[in-house]
Design a protein around this ligand. Structure first.
Ligand code: PEP
Ligand code: MG
Length: 691
C-alpha cells in the first residue's frame, strides 16, 4: 500500500457468496478488474484468511464456495467507494451467470461428439489402467513415453553486490515476461480455434498476476536469482491450487506450471521445444501443459494420457476440440509401460489397456472401424438436408454465441442458427456493449449465414440468476422466479429498445427471427411485441419473424393462445425441465435428476406442439434436449420440425433423423408420454435406438 498508514481503513459488511462454484477464474478476474480501478490497497477476507483483491490467483486460492461469508477491507483515499462497488459486484455474482456449471460436469457425452448409443457400450481389451475420461473416442497405437528435462536453476544471484543484483534480476524478470507474452501472442496468431485462443489468453493474464510477481520479487529482493524467485513463486501458487478441494481449481495448477515453465525457459535462455512425437502414437506423460498440447504434431497424435489433470483441465478442453481420445488422472503405473509397446486407449471409458493380445487388438480395431464408419456417415449426412425415411425435412440449426461459432457450425453442416444467445455479448465485462457494437456483432453472424439461412436472435436473457455487473438489480430471494429474461428487458426499456434496433440492423443480411426468452404470460408477449413494432416503425425496418422461447410451464399450457401472436415457438428444454420439475438445473444434487425426458416435461412439449399446430406455426427445440439423439425421435413424433443443437452434435443429430420414420416416431411419442418416470422413458428409447 503506497497511500500511507495514516489513511482510513474501511471494512465492508460480511456478504454471502452467490456463485455456485465459488470465485473461480472468471468471476475472480472480473472482481480483480474492478478492484484495480481503485488506488487503495484492497483485501478480501474469508474467515480469518485474507488475500489481495487485485490478484486472480490469490482470490482463487481462497477456495470459496457458494454461501461463504466474505468481506472486503480497503485502505486508501478511495477505500469507502471501493468497498461499496466491490461489495455490490460480489453480491451480483461478479459478472457470472449464477447457473453455469463447467461443461465437463454436466455435458452429456454425445455433446462431446459421441452418440449416446456408442457411449453406453462398455468394451474391454485386456488389462486396464484407470483414469478420468477427458476426451471421448477409441484408438489403438504404440505408446510414447515423454518426460520433461528439469532445468538447473541457481538460487543466489551475486551475494557480494546485493543492490546491483536486485535491480538486474528484477529487470531480467520483467524482460522475460515481455518475451513470454510475445511468444504466446505469436502462437495465438497461428491458431484459429476459439478454445485455443481462450486458454492462451488466460495464460497471459496469469503471467501478469500481481501476487505471483510479488512472491517472485520478494525472493529477488533477498538476493536470489530471477529464475529461482519466479520458479518458487509458481511452485507455491501451483501447490495452493493442488491443495484445493475443488477439481476445477486443482486443474488450474497445471496452468500456473505452464506459464511458470515458459517464463523460466526465457530466463534460463533455453528453448521451450515442442514435444517431438517420433511416430504416430499414444502419448503417455506425467503432465501436459496447454502450451505443450497446442504445439503437438497432430498428424502423429493418436491420443494421450496423463497422470495429472482432470476432465475440467484446459488440456482436456483442447483434446475434445481436436477430436482425439484422452484420459487424465491415469494410474501412475502407466508411466512404467514401454515406449513402442501396443496399447488401446478408450477415451470414453477413461481407460488405457496395456499389453493387449493380438485378438484384443484386432477387436479394438474393428470397433474403431465401426465407430469411424458411423462418424463418417454422420459427417456425410451433415452435408445434406436431414430428411426422415418418409420424407419429412427437419431443420438442424446450431446454438451459437458469435460469428466465429457460426462459421464453425456451417462448416459442420448446420442449416442455420436456431439460437444466438445474445447475452454472451453482455456478460463478463464492466459496461454494456453500445448499440453499434451490438449491431456489428449481429450483422457479422447474419452475413456469415447469408440470405438463404435462418438466424434466430434471442433478446437478452439475463436476470436474477445471470446478473450483469453494470446493471444493478435488487437482491431477490428466488432469482429463478424473479426478474429474468424478457422481464428484465421490459423493466429496462432503453436497454431493450437499443438491443432491438441493433438486432433489426441485421435484417437485410439473413432471414432474421427475433425471439423473446422466458415468456410466461400473454401480456409480457404483447408488451414486448408492441415495443418491437414501435422500433420497427421508427426505423422503417422490414417485418421480421417473431417467436418466443417456451421454457415456462405457463407458456406451454397457453400455447394455443400464444401461437396466435407469434410466428414460431422454440422450446427451451433446459428451463422448461427445471420449472416443470421444480428442480434447479445447476443444483449439484438435483441437476442429474432434472431430466428433460421426464414424461411431465414431454407432456409440456406435446402441448406446445399441439397449440402451434392449431395455428399453423412451427416448433423448434433449442435446449440441450435437441442435441440428445435419444430424444430426437420423440421430439419429431410430437411435431417438432427444427432442432437447434450444440455445434459438435450437428452430424449425429442429422444422421439420426435420416434413420427415422415419422409414423413410428409418432407412435413412440404417444407411448413414452404416458410413462411414469424418466428412467422408464430412457430404457424404452435405448431399446428403440438399438433396433
Ligand atoms: C433453455 O432454457 O433450454 C435454453 C435454451 O436457454 P438457456 O439454456 O440459455 O437458459
Ligand atoms: Mg432458458
Amino acid at each position: 500500500m503506497d497511500e500511507g498508514a495514516t489513511q482510513a481503513v474501511e471494512w465492508g459488511d460480511w456478504l454471502t457468496l452467490p456463485n455456485p462454484l465459488g470465485l473461480h477464474a472468471r468471476p475472480a478476474a472480473i472482481l480483480v478488474a474492478q478492484a484495480k480501478k481503485f488506488k487503495s490497497d484492497i483485501r478480501l477476507w474469508r474467515g480469518d484468511k485474507e488475500v489481495n483483491a487485485k490478484s486472480v490467483v490469490s482470490i482463487m486460492g481462497l477456495e470459496t464456495q457458494k454461501g461463504d461469508s466474505l468481506r472486503f477491507k480497503a485502505a486508501g483515499l478511495d477505500a469507502a467507494q471501493a468497498i461499496q462497488v466491490l461489495s455490490d459486484l460480489l453480491l451480483q455474482g461478479s459478472g457470472e451467470s449464477l447457473q453455469e456449471l463447467p461443461q465437463a460436469q454436466h455435458r452429456p457425452l454425445q455433446d462431446a461428439g459421441m452418440p449416446a448409443h456408442q457411449a453406453s457400450q462398455l468394451l474391454t481389451y485386456g488389462h486396464s489402467l484407470t483414469g478420468v475420461s477427458a476426451s471421448p473416442g477409441l484408438t489403438v497405437g504404440r505408446l510414447f513415453q515423454f518426460r520433461k528435462a528439469s532445468n538447473v536453476v541457481l538460487e543466489w544471484a551475486d551475494p557480494s553486490a546485493l543492490e546491483k543484483s536486485v535491480v538486474h534480476e528484477r529487470a531480467h524478470l520483467t524482460k522475460a515476461l515481455q518475451v513470454a507474452t510475445a511468444q504466446i501472442q505469436t502462437i495465438m496468431a497461428s491458431k484459429n480455434q476459439s478454445a485455443e485462443h481462450a486458454i492462451l489468453h488466460s495464460h497471459v493474464q496469469l503471467m501478469q498476476d500481481p501476487d505471483l510477481w510479488g512472491l517472485a520479487l520478494q525472493q529477488i529482493d533477498l538476493g536470489k536469482t530471477a529464475a529461482f524467485g519466479w520458479q518458487s513463486a509458481c511452485t507455491l501458487q501451483a501447490q495452493n491450487f493442488l491443495n484445493a478441494s475443488s477439481a476445477l481449481l486443482r486443474d488450474r495448477a497445471n496452468d500456473v506450471r505452464d506459464v511458470g515453465q515458459r517464463v523460466l525457459d526465457v530466463l534460463l535462455g533455453v528453448s521451450s521445444a515442442a514435444i517431438d512425437l517420433p511416430y504416430p502414437c499414444i502419448l503417455v506423460t506425467d503432465e501436459l501443459t496447454p502450451s505443450d498440447t497446442v504445439a503437438l504434431d497432430r498428424s502423429k497424435l493418436l491420443g494421450f494420457c496423463t497422470v495429472g489433470g482432470g476432465a475440467t483441465s484446459h488440456v482436456a478442453i483442447l483434446a475434445r476440440s481436436y477430436g482425439v481420445p484422452a484420459v487424465c488422472g491415469i494410474d501412475p503405473h502407466a508411466l512404467d509401460l514401454l515406449s513402442g509397446s501396443w496399447a488401446v486407449l478408450h477415451g470414453t471409458q477413461g481407460l488405457l489397456f496395456d499389453s493387449p493380445t493380438d485378438l484384443q487388438l484386432s477387436a479394438a480395431r474393428s470397433q474403431m472401424d465401426l465407430l469411424q464408419a458411423q462418424n463418417q456417415s454422420d459427417q456425410l449426412a451433415a452435408k445434406t438436408n436431414a430428411v426422415t425415411l418418409d420424407g419429412q425435412r427437419i431443420e438442424v440449426a446450431a446454438n451459437v454465441r458469435n460469428a466465429q461459432d457460426t462459421h464453425e457450425a456451417l462448416a459442420l453442416g448446420a442449416d442455420g442458427v436456431g439460437l444466438l444467445r445474445s447475452e454472451f455479448l453482455f456478460e463478463g465485462r464492466m459496461d454494456a456493449p453500445g448499440e453499434d457494437e451490438q449491431a456489428q456483432a449481429y450483422q457479422d453472424v447474419a452475413k456469415a449465414l447469408g440470405l438463404t439461412r435462418a438466424l434466430v436472435i434471442r433478446t437478452l436473457d439475463i436476470g436474477g440468476d445471470k446478473p450483469l455487473a453494470y446493471l444493478p438489480m435488487a437482491k431477490e430471494d428466488n432469482p429463478f422466479l424473479g426478474l429474468r429474461g424478457v422481464r428484465v428487458s421490459l423493466d429496462q426499456p432503453p436497454l431493450f429498445r437499443s438491443q432491438l434496433r441493433a438486432i433489426l440492423s441485421a435484417a437485410r443480411y439473413s432471414q432474421l427471427h427475433i425471439m423473446f426468452p422466458m415468456i410466461a404470460t400473454l401480456e409480457e408477449l404483447q408488451e414486448a411485441k408492441s415495443i418491437l413494432a414501435q422500433e420497427q416503425s421508427l426505423l422503417d425496418a422490414p417485418p421480421v419473424a417473431v417467436g418466443i422461447m417456451v421454457e415456462v410451464p405457463s407458456a406451454a399450457l397457453l400455447a394455443s393462445r400464444l401461437a396466435q401472436e407469434v410466428d414460431f415457438f422454440s422450446i427451451g428444454s433446459n428451463d422448461l425441465t427445471q420449472y416443470t420439475l421444480a428442480m434447479d438445473r445447476g443444483h449439484p444434487k438435483l441437476a442429474h435428476k432434472a431430466d428433460s425426458l421426464h414424461p411431465a416435461v414431454l407432456k409440456m412439449v406435446a402441448l406446445t406442439c399441439e397449440g402451434a399446430q392449431q395455428h399453423g406455426k412451427w416448433v423448434g427445440v433449442c435446449g440441450a434436449m435437441a442435441s440428445d439423439v435419444l430424444a430426437v425421435p420423440v421430439l419429431l413424433g410430437m411435431g417438432v420440425r427444427e432442432l437447434s443443437v450444440s455445434v459438435p452434435a450437428i452430424a449425429s443429430v442429422k444422421a439420426c433423423i435420416n434413420r427415422l420414420d415419422l409414423a413410428t416416431c409418432q407412435a413412440l411419442a404417444k407411448e413414452v408420454v404416458e410413462m411414469g418416470s424418466a428412467s422408464e422413458v430412457r430404457k424404452r428409447l435405448l431399446k428403440f435406438m438399438e433396433n
